[in-house]
Design a binder for this molecule. Structure first.
Ligand code: ARG
Length: 654
């Protein structure tokens, strides 16, 4: 039962004939922030009054007079400047909660009609180490996938892995010149990653060396300009400050670039062996690009190497996904679209969208300085070409009505251009949406790095999370032991729980942040027992199980028990439970999993207040006792479903 949707439909009927556009008023019906205003509140009368030139209170009253709602709410109340306060009837709540308790879907109806959605998430570049940004895509994407599915939509997840990009040219070049066969034998993926980093570093070194003189000259010139202007400009002129500020900023930018360029050069020059290798490969960047071009052109040797690398990379990736409990309906990487790229460009040309510019094929788009390049002058296709071919494939093969891209905000412009190009390409109508997310930061406020300076490898990050979780679980057991508890966990069980708590904690911390914000990665706060964490939710769930266990009651035996809604804390818990349905709809409105995490946190808090205020197992009245045990059980089920939708496991006993 979606209470919000039900209230909205009642209001839509009442607004007919009063409001010029009833639908525009409906988003202003929301759950009330403060229980003293009831359970829900409608706030449209203020803007509607203005629109109609009437007093908002009169408008609110005339809507209330026409509102048919007495089967589910007490008499609505018009308050303040024209708020309409709604309070659900206790008997209605009791009936709905009982119905939810008897339903495996706890009262969440299936969408009708279901939408056909493709969701594109994770998408790591294989043969490079997967990093924390791909973790964020994987976690948010998987949560949205499960929620859409639970809501009854026809969803397909697709892992658009980067298995055809320029990194392969670098790896192939590295493989041909710098391979350590023993290391490759031991751990092929680690060796490929080393080769990638090496070739990348050597290419950067030569580029940096070549740029050094110019950068130094530029910085010198800017410093001189600044000096001249400082002497020349009139300090009393109000524009002087601005001009000097701009010059100082430019100078600072150049100096920083110069410094980072020098660091790249110094890193190689400080290592005599590395410098020797660098000197022997002065054209490395171009030669690596040539290897990519040969691979794409079908060169036998490079294709054979690629065929050899891919399965190993995929196995390593799979290990990571298994650990995270993440899977996909399909993994059609960039390479899959190679056969479609030529026809994609041809079609864009034929439609007059792609034109030649400096030997490349590009699409010019309004509002963008650079064009969307679909084929480079050397004939190579791009990330853009692949993504265009992918959209077409998803429409042709699955009849997708909606495609979601769970990708870093920094690719925003790419997706804007992709969507604009698709809009003009003449494809079937489809809703394309970049579900963007911010950067994971370290405590220093910069993108998260390990001590060694690499963007953190995911594996070590998860290991750390599980270790930290083990400390939390051990501390909890020590506390229990001190208090004389007899249900202590053995070591193996503690380790199993630490795995679930550690991984769950990392996922939850990621999901609870509004996805377009950056956030700071900090294991200690992520795994805290109190606060908005997975650990807190997992304990809350385990507590509901513990209460039933101690009362000697099995969930099944509660089937059919009528729920009584009496005490205010009991009532608040019932309302919280019933808001699951509108919460899930709220998540998919703008694809925000944090709508679900904050719901769960609120539910757990409502449960905590209920348990503090009401006797459960010790309640003397048998009907109320059974009802409260049922509410406890139902709360646990809703928490478990919510966490599972977020990809987080629960444990019965912690
Ligand atoms: N491989 C890309 C990266 O790591 C992400 C792919 C996202 N999906 C897409 N269809 N472009 O940046």
């Amino acid at each position: 039962m979606n209470i919000l949707a039900l209230l909205q439909s009642r209001f839509a009927a009442a607004l007919e004939g009063i409001a010029p556009d009833p639908a525009a008023c409906l988003p202003m019906i929301r759950s009330a922030q403060d229980p003293k205003f009831g359970d829900y509140q409608a706030n449209f009368a203020m803007s509607l009054g203005k629109q109609l030139g009437k007093s908002p209170r009169d408008v609110a009253q005339s809507v209330v007079d026409r509102l048919k709602i007495d089967d589910l709410c007490d008499a609505p109340e018009v308050a303040g400047p024209g708020f309409i306060n709604l309070r659900l009837r206790n008997d209605w709540l009791a009936g709905e909660v009982s119905r939810a308790a008897d339903d495996a879907r706890v009262g969440v109806e299936s969408a009708s009609p279901p939408r056909k959605v493709v969701i594109d998430y994770s998408g790591p570049n294989v043969a490079k180490p997967m990093h924390v940004g791909h973790l964020r895509s994987s976690v948010i994407g998987a949560a949205l996938y499960h929620i859409l599915k639970f809501l009854g939509h026809d969803v397909r997840s697709d892992n658009h892995i980067g298995d055809w990009g320029t990194q392969f040219g670098m790896i192939i070049y590295g493989f041909k010149h710098f391979l350590d066969p023993a290391a490759y034998e031991r751990d092929p993926v680690a060796e490929l990653a080393r080769l990638y980093r090496l070739v990348n570093q050597l290419g950067d070194f030569h580029e940096a060396k070549g740029a050094l003189a110019n950068l130094a000259r530029q910085a010198e010139q800017q410093a001189a300009d600044l000096k001249t202007q400082e002497a020349k400009l009139d300090p009393k002129d109000k524009n002087t400050g601005k001009t000097l500020k701009k010059l100082r900023e430019d100078l600072k930018g150049s100096q920083e670039e110069l410094a980072s360029t020098k660091r790249k050069v110094a890193a190689v020059e400080a290592d005599a062996d590395l410098l020797k290798v660098a000197s022997a490969h002065p054209q490395i960047a171009r030669l690596a690009r040539d290897e990519t071009a040969k691979l794409h052109a079908g060169d036998a040797e490079n294709n054979q190497l690629w065929q050899q690398f891919i399965p190993q990379c995929l196995t390593a990736l799979q290990g990571m996904y298994d650990r995270l409990g993440i899977s996909f309906d399909m993994t059609l990487g960039e390479s899959f679209y190679n056969p479609f790229l030529a026809e994609t460009v041809a079609s864009l040309r034929q439609k007059g969208l792609a034109v030649e510019s400096d030997g490349a094929q590009v699409v010019f788009l309004e509002g963008h300085r650079a064009p969307f390049i679909v084929q480079k002058a050397d004939g190579a296709y791009t990330y853009a070409t692949t993504d265009l071919a992918t959209v077409k494939y998803r429409l042709d093969q699955f009849g997708a009505e909606e495609i979601l891209y769970v990708v870093d905000t920094r690719q925003g412009e790419h997706f804007e251009m992709l969507f604009k190009t698709c809009g003009r390409w003449g494809l079937a109508p489809v809703r394309l949406k970049h579900v963007n997310f911010g950067t994971v930061l370290g405590k220093d406020g910069r993108p998260y790095k390990t001590r060694s300076g690499d963007t953190v490898g995911l594996e070590s990050l998860l290991d750390e999370a599980v270790e930290e979780a083990l400390r939390v679980v051990e501390a909890n057991e020590a506390f229990k032991k001190e208090k004389g508890a007899d249900d202590l966990l053995d070591d193996a069980e503690m380790r199993r729980i630490a795995g679930i708590v550690g991984i769950g904690g990392v996922k939850y911390a990621d999901l609870r942040i509004s996805r377009d914000s950056d956030y700071t990665f900090d294991l200690k706060t992520m795994l805290a027992k109190e606060g908005d964490t997975a650990t807190y939710m997992q304990y809350a769930f385990a507590r509901t199980r513990g209460i039933l266990r101690k009362a000697g009651v099995a969930s099944d035996s509660l089937q059919g028990t009528p729920v009584v809604v009496g005490h205010p804390a009991e009532r608040a818990l019932a309302v919280a439970i019933l808001r699951l349905s509108e919460t899930l709809e709220g998540v998919v409105q703008d694809y925000r999993p944090n709508v679900l995490t904050s719901y769960l946190f609120g539910l757990a808090s409502a449960f905590s207040s209920f348990y503090d205020a009401c006797e459960v197992a010790k309640e003397p009245d048998p009907a109320i006792r059974a009802s409260r045990l049922r509410l406890t059980d139902l709360t646990g089920r809703v928490i478990r479903i919510g966490l599972e939708l977020l990809g987080i496991q629960t444990i019965d006993r912690m």
